[in-house]
Design a protein around this ligand. Sequence first.
Ligand code: URA
Length: 249
Amino acid sequence: MNNDKLRNTVKKLRHHKYSGVDEIVGIEPKNRYGKISKKLVKENTALYVDTNSQKEDEEIISSIKTLESLRAFMSEYKKCELHKSATNMVFSDGNPKSKIMLIGEAPGHDEDIQGKPFVGRSGKLLDKMLNAIELSRDKVYIANIIPWRPPNNRRPTDDEINMCLPMIKKHIEIINPSAILLLGSTATYALIKNSEGITKIRGKWFDIEINRKKYPMLPTFHPAFLLRQPAQKKFSWEDLKNLKSRVKN
Ligand code: URA
């Protein structure tokens, strides 16, 4: 560095010092973000969604590769009004490495308070159902179509379901399960768009394509329905055995 340059640098440093700068990281500015991969930058843009169009949101969602980024995106997502009355966003529970994914409708009161899916009365029954096929919550992965509790536990509207659909589809893609158990008519309708009711289509496998990959899905009764109609448990038992044998093979 020649004398002029040195003098100039000292002048600048003095100026910084008097402006309150008390730490020097380097003389020349350096782009410390230059080496961050495009992937990381894209995933971090997942946080900025408030003013995005639906198409922009979908582009961001399609670039998301990890559960952390998906969770970050969803916790910033304000277009679905349900977040306003919810106490917590309910993202998921269980083992992200599991081959089995369970998808419910939306959190209820207990789930909203605890921020975890299926922890209330229907969750207790679900735990028993899983135990019956030698599984448990930590051996499967559990999420909902809608991550926020609808007021008074009302059924989510079609608009709410459609708004949240790209997020649950991305969730499925990241978990990449070999089989998905759809708990109840809302989860089933959201992903399969069936015209027949749950009583008719439960127990049948459907392949649903997400981003050019097919995921086998098995609709079954929702545990809350089984609490009201215990006589239907025998059908769920058949579905659980069906699920277990599919994943074993
Ligand atoms: N019902 C659901 O569908 N999901 C939950 O998380 C709890 C109850």
